[in-house]
Ligand binder design. Structure first.
Ligand code: HEM
Length: 365
């Protein structure tokens, strides 16, 4: 326990312990080339950032997992998300340090890493799991066995990495589920999910929004068609705008009421974000999209760094290397519905008239 004695920087930051950790497979880093010490250090820095991200994400998840989330606490959640986003933004720049490693210099020590790979970073898997990445969407590594198999030791036994991931898999709900549960409770046109009028209010809002969206798409189509296109292009354009309308309707009529309500809540919050009660929820949604954007950019940036250092050769973890990494950057998405809402928002002036504005603390004039 801390007492009142003065503290030294080295005791608090554990500097000596930290500086003893870059020895790789040797007993001391003095036996290693500068390139290898840099390689180890940059990985360790990332692991520390992942640790902070996990702590922030757990805090945000715990907040949204409550039965009641106080409005004034939403700013804390946004602050947490901004911190995670900033970490991912800053961490990407560390790949530049890694890029000072030339292919030839990396090859000088790469073989001794064989089998070891960032694919075994348990903390990154924990971030994905807690964030809410659907296990069914995982892209096969290209070797037999799942990503969990890769976390076993070479003798096939348990490992601290596997234990971490197993703990995360049962640490529910994920941030995504907690957030959706919170969105589900959002009153739409002043009516929450449990009242006798809940379904009718939801239907009324969804239809009014679809009508407003339809008008906007038709207007955009007419403007586009007034330009000088070839006849084939005109047909393609017309079809493209029609398909926008169809997919918006499909999005709002998913066939399961919970998803429908959550999606409507996302649109409702974005559409009427000037209302005092919706201002912070809207910041939450925006901060989540930004966080996921940075996560995707992190994957892309890692892939480009890898391509620059090792080209397209097979990874030390046995995957197709850059091809595998590009797949993860392209396909892994957690808040798909929040991204989809970007496609179907309408300008403020075109939004359907709000019912029950006073419920949201709105005072005109
Ligand atoms: C020269 C440096 C690096 C190279 C050549 C490299 C290469 C690779 C390759 C080829 C993979 C695919 C799996 C495999 O077959 O091994 C991979 C995965 C991964 N690497 Fe790196 N990497 C480097 C640096 C880093 C750094 C600094 C980090 C930071 C933590 C990192 C984190 C990861 C993670 C988390 C994965 C798993 C990605 C996923 O499965 O979604 N890598 N790396």
């Amino acid at each position: 326990m801390a007492d009142n004695r003065p503290t030294n920087y080295w005791d608090y930051i554990k500097v000596e312990e930290l500086l003893a950790l870059q020895s790789g497979l040797e007993r001391t880093d003095e036996k290693l080339a500068n390139d290898e010490v840099m390689f180890i250090t940059v990985h360790q820095v990332f692991e520390l950032w992942f640790k902070l991200v996990l702590r922030e994400m757990k805090g945000a998840r715990d907040l949204f997992a409550r039965d009641v989330v106080a409005e004034q606490e939403l700013s804390d959640a946004v602050r947490s998300m901004k911190r995670m986003t900033t970490i991912f933004r800053v961490a990407q720049q560390h790949f530049e340090v890694m890029e000072t490693l030339t292919t030839r210099e990396y090859l000088a020590f790469r073989d001794k890493l064989m089998g070891a790979s960032g694919f075994q970073s348990a903390q990154l898997r924990q971030v994905e799991i807690l964030f809410g990445l659907d296990e069914a969407e995982r892209i096969p590594l290209g070797v037999e066995g799942s990503y969990k198999q890769a976390l076993r030791s070479f003798a096939g036994g348990d490992s601290p990495a596997l234990a971490r991931v197993e703990r995360s898999l049962v640490d529910l709900p994920t941030l995504k589920t907690a957030l959706e549960n919170w969105l589900y409770r959002t009153p739409i046109d002043g009516v929450g999910p449990n009242g006798p009028e809940a379904k009718r209010a939801l239907d009324t809002f969804a239809e009014a929004f679809l009508a407003a969206h339809g008008h906007c798409v038709d207007a955009a189509r007419d403007r586009a068609l007034s330009l000088d296109w070839g006849s084939g292009d005109r047909e393609r354009l017309r079809e493209r705008y029609e398909s926008e309308k169809r997919s918006t309707r499909a999005f709002l009529e998913p066939g399961d009421e919970r998803t429908r309500r959550v999606r409507c809540a996302m649109i409702f919050i974005e559409t009427y974000r000037e209302l005092p009660l919706l201002a912070w929820p809207r910041e939450v949604l925006d901060a989540l999209v930004e966080l996921e954007q940075l996560f995707v950019l992190f994957r892309q940036r890692h892939a480009r760094m890898v391509e620059r250092v090792i080209g397209r050769r097979t990874g030390t973890g046995g995957s197709a290397g850059v091809d595998y990494l590009d797949q993860t950057a392209l396909k892994y998405r957690i808040f798909r519905d929040l991204w989809a809402v970007r496609t179907l928002q309408v300008p403020r002036a075109a939004a359907p008239a709000l019912r029950n504005a006073s419920f949201y603390g709105f005072k005109s004039g």
